[in-house]
Design a binder for this molecule. Structure first.
Ligand code: ZN
Length: 309
């Protein structure tokens, strides 16, 4: 069993409109845009990162906005809902705030004894804000105070036809099986960062998800550094997983593998971080390009839709 994985690092999803995506995550949810770059594998498309002040591992929601992309279809074989932690007692403030922005599908419930505010993002992406005591400092501004600010991820929900193989994989990755609430089983990594929960929701009769705008593309798990990442890669290969070589993503190093239930997993390093190529005070403001795409700057700057700061 692995001990190097410390919880979520980031969650990456697809969107249909960069400007709308940026407004939602900064103005509505109050996150900080910590990086404005491009999809390294398809540089005509942005890669936008939103998180806490530093873009700490376990706080970073990222998007590839493909202009006018068709909406994804919810189903099994994907991450169905991404949850952020909010302070205990702040649900009502969020309900009022989300309603004031006409956010879709606002609802409340309680799961595993935790109060949740459910809502959809601009492309039908499913989110929850979960009340809990969380020591992490929020990014504030745009009308989101310290008393209600998002602390980072709480969890990601894998929605699967059959959860057994993924449960076994999470166990191998160091997660411990927790309680069950209805169709949902909770997995928690001990000694992890605060984004230490994965929920598996089993829906045997649901149809398969179709990826598109509003779909989660992959979830990334955090390891401290490249040495820990290589240990994880070796162990996954030994277990029979097809794992990519280590890929330089400028702000972290990444490996990817497909899980038995169909969800794409990444393991990303906490180093070097988002202040690698710009000052912390100005994170996310300028368009940053990886060196292999710097020669495309003039074309990309005219092609990419301008987004507000
Ligand atoms: Zn990623």
């Amino acid at each position: 069993m692995l001990h190097q994985i410390k919880g979520l690092h980031h969650v990456t999803s697809l969107a249909s409109d960069a400007r709308e995506n940026n407004v939602f995550f900064t103005n509505v949810l109050g996150l900080r845009r910590v990086k404005k770059t491009v999809n390294f594998d398809a540089p005509d498309v942005y890669h936008l990162y939103y998180g806490d002040a530093a873009g700490s591992p376990g706080t970073v929601m990222t998007y590839f906005p493909f202009p006018d992309a068709a909406r994804g279809r919810r189903g099994v074989g994907e991450v169905g809902r991404t949850s952020f932690a909010i302070p205990t007692g702040s649900s009502q403030a969020w309900l009022d705030r989300l309603a004031s922005f006409d956010v879709a599908a606002i609802a409340t419930d309680t799961r595993f004894g935790e109060k949740r505010v459910l809502f959809d993002g601009p492309d039908g992406d499913q989110f929850a804000l979960v009340e809990r005591d969380d020591e992490r400092d929020p990014w504030t501004g745009n009308g989101v105070s310290e008393a209600m600010g998002i602390r980072g991820f709480h969890s990601a929900d894998m929605r699967l036809k059959d959860g057994d193989a993924s449960a076994e994989l999470l166990g191998f990755m160091g997660y411990e099986k927790g309680d069950t609430d209805g169709d949902v089983t909770r997995f928690i990594v001990p000694g992890g960062n605060a984004a230490n929960v994965i929920d598996i929701e089993v829906a045997p009769s649901a149809t398969h998800a179709g990826q598109g705008a509003g779909s989660v593309h992959h979830i990334a798990f955090a390891v401290e550094n490249r040495a820990r990442q290589l240990e994880v890669r070796e162990a996954l290969l030994d277990t029979g997983y097809q794992v990519t070589p280590v890929i330089d993503r400028d702000y972290f190093w990444a490996i990817y593998f497909r899980t038995p239930g169909g969800v794409l997993f990444e393991v990303a390093t906490n180093e070097p971080g988002f202040d690698r190529d710009e000052d912390t005070a100005h994170l996310g403001e300028a368009l940053k390009l990886p060196s292999q795409h710097e020669h495309l700057r003039t074309r990309l700057e005219s092609l990419l839709q301008p987004i507000e700061d």
